[in-house]
Ligand binder design. Structure first.
Ligand code: HGY
Ligand code: MN
Ligand code: MN
Length: 425
C-alpha cells in the first residue's frame, strides 16, 4: 500500500452523490436520467465542471464518453476509474454514479495530498450504460473498446424513435475525440452490488470476478384484432395472449433451469390496448442471463422453440430482434487478487463473486486488466428509487478504490494476467 494513511474525504463524496442525485430526482428518493436526455445533460455538465475544477484535462468523444485525465510523472496510458451517470426510469442515486464520483474523489484526494503518481490517473463516465432508452446497454464503453462502431451507435434509434446522434447533438456531447482515446493501462470500477449477496452474508466488499452473460431480445407479435365478445376462442389470433404466454415461459425456463439462470420481461406494449378488442399487436422485450454461456444458449434455444410452436398454435406472426448479446466476462485474476488482498489489509471482510448486472468494466476488460469492487446494497434493491448503500460502505469502497488505483498508478509492471472477454460484439 503506497500511501497507507491516505483517506478520501467522505463528506465531499457524499455531498456530491447528493448533489448529482438532485438532478433528475423523482419521488421516493430516486433518479431518472435516461441516456442523452435533458437530465443526463445536466448531470454531465455538473460532473464535467467538477472534473475541470479538479484540474483534469477533459475530453469528450464522438459517442459522448467523457474522460478526465490527471497527469503523472510520465505520459502514457492512465489507470482509470469510471462507470456511468445515466440511469433507468426508476433509478437510484448510486448505480453508476458512485463509481464516477468515487473516481473523482480519488483525484481530489491525490490533489489535496499533493501526490504525483508515476502514471496518469483518469476518471470516466461512459454513454448509455443502462441501455434502457437505446440498446445495447454499455453502448458507450462498447464503442470505446472497439466492439461497436461509432457510426452504428450514432445511427441507433431509441425506444422513442430519436437517434443517438441527434440526441448527442441536442445535448452538446457529440464530442471531437476519437473513441478509445486515451487507451487505458488498467480499469477499476466501484459499483453497488445491486443484489442481496453481500448484505445477506454480512460481507463488506465484493471482489468481482466477472460479469454474467446477457441476452436481450425484442419480439414483435402480429395477430388479428377482433371483438372481445363475439369472437369464439378458436377463431382468435391474440397478440396479447401470445405475449403473456411468452412471459410465463420465460419464468418457467428460469425456474426449471435454476442455478444462475434469470429471465425478465420488462416491457410489453399492446395495441390497440382497449378493454374490448383482441390485441392485434404486441411489442415486448426478454432479458435472459446466466453466468454460463452454454446454459444461456440453452435458455435462448428453449425460448425460441416455444415461440415457434406458439406462433403456429395461435396463428400469429412473431419476429425477433436482438438488442444486446454479451458472453460472460472474466476479470483480470491478478487485479481481482489485488482487490481482495487490499480489502483484507484494510480489515474488511471480502467475497469473490460474479456480477449479475452488466457494467462498463465488462467492456474495458477487452482492452486492459480490469476488475470491480462491490459494496452492499441495502435489501439487495436496485433499479428502484429505494436503492441505498450505507455511508460507511461508500467510504470503505472509495478508500479501497483509492488504495488500488494508487498502487496501479505507481507500478512499472502492468497488472498481471488478462481478461477472457467476449468475442462477440
Ligand atoms: O442491465 C444491466 O445489467 C445494466 O444495468 N445496464
Ligand atoms: Mn450500473
Ligand atoms: Mn443499472
Amino acid at each position: 500500500m503506497r500511501h497507507p494513511n491516505l483517506r478520501v474525504n467522505t463528506g465531499r463524496l457524499l455531498r456530491r452523490i447528493e448533489d448529482l442525485g438532485r438532478i433528475g430526482a423523482i419521488d421516493g428518493g430516486g433518479v431518472c436520467r435516461l441516456a442523452l436526455g435533458g437530465e443526463d445533460k445536466a448531470g454531465r455538465d455538473l460532473v464535467v465542471r467538477w472534473m475541470r475544477e479538479a484540474g483534469l484535462t477533459v475530453s469528450v468523444d464522438r459517442i459522448g464518453n467523457v474522460v478526465g485525465v490527471r497527469p503523472g510523472r510520465r505520459d502514457g496510458p492512465p489507470v482509470m476509474a469510471g462507470s456511468h451517470i445515466d440511469t433507468v426510469r426508476t433509478g437510484g442515486r448510486y448505480d453508476g454514479n458512485l463509481g464516477v464520483l468515487a473516481g473523482l474523489e480519488v483525484v481530489e484526494t491525490l490533489n489535496d495530498a499533493g501526490i504525483e503518481t508515476e502514471h496518469p490517473v483518469a476518471v470516466a463516465f461512459f454513454t448509455n450504460e443502462e441501455g434502457a432508452r437505446f440498446a445495447p446497454d454499455m453502448m458507450g464503453s462498447l464503442v470505446y473498446v472497439g466492439g461497436l462502431s461509432a457510426e452504428d451507435a450514432l445511427a441507433t434509434a431509441g425506444i422513442d424513435g430519436a437517434t443517438v446522434e441527434h440526441c448527442l447533438q441536442e445535448i452538446g456531447y457529440n464530442g471531437p475525440a476519437d473513441c478509445g482515446t486515451p487507451n487505458v493501462r488498467a480499469f477499476v470500477e466501484l459499483h453497488v452490488e445491486q443484489g442481496p449477496v453481500l448484505e445477506a452474508e454480512g460481507v463488506d466488499i465484493g471482489a468481482v470476478e466477472g460479469v454474467q452473460g446477457i441476452s436481450w431480445t425484442e419480439y414483435t407479435i402480429e395477430g388479428v384484432s377482433n371483438h372481445a365478445g363475439t369472437t369464439p376462442m378458436r377463431m382468435r389470433h391474440d397478440a396479447g395472449y401470445a405475449a403473456a404466454a411468452i412471459a410465463a415461459e420465460v419464468r418457467g425456463i428460469a425456474r426449471e433451469m435454476g442455478g444462475d439462470q434469470v429471465g425478465t420481461v420488462g416491457a410489453i406494449t399492446l395495441s390497440p390496448n382497449l378493454v374490448n378488442v383482441v390485441p392485434n399487436h404486441a411489442l415486448m422485450t426478454v432479458d435472459l442471463r446466466n453466468t454460463d454461456e452454454t446454459l444461456l444458449r440453452r435458455a435462448e434455444q428453449r425460448l425460441a422453440a416455444f415461440i415457434a410452436d406458439l406462433a403456429d398454435a395461435e396463428g400469429v406472426k412473431i419476429s425477433s430482434r436482438s438488442l444486446a448479446r454479451f458472453e460472460p466476462v472474466d476479470f483480470d485474476p491478478g487485479l481481482v487478487d489485488r482487490i481482495e488482498r487490499a480489502a483484507r489489509d484494510r480489515g474488511h471482510s471480502v467475497k469473490r463473486m460474479p456480477s449479475g448486472a452488466g457494467h462498463d468494466a465488462q467492456m474495458l476488460a477487452r482492452v486492459c486488466p480490469t476488475a470491480m469492487i462491490f459494496v452492499p446494497s441495502v435489501g439487495g434493491i436496485s433499479h428502484n428509487v429505494k436503492e441505498f448503500t450505507k455511508d460507511s460502505d461508500i467510504e470503505a469502497g472509495a478508500n479501497l478504490l483509492l488504495s488500488v488505483l494508487c498502487d496501479l498508478a505507481e507500478e512499472s509492471t502492468q497488472a498481471t494476467g488478462g481478461a477472457r472477454a467476449s468475442t462477440r460484439p
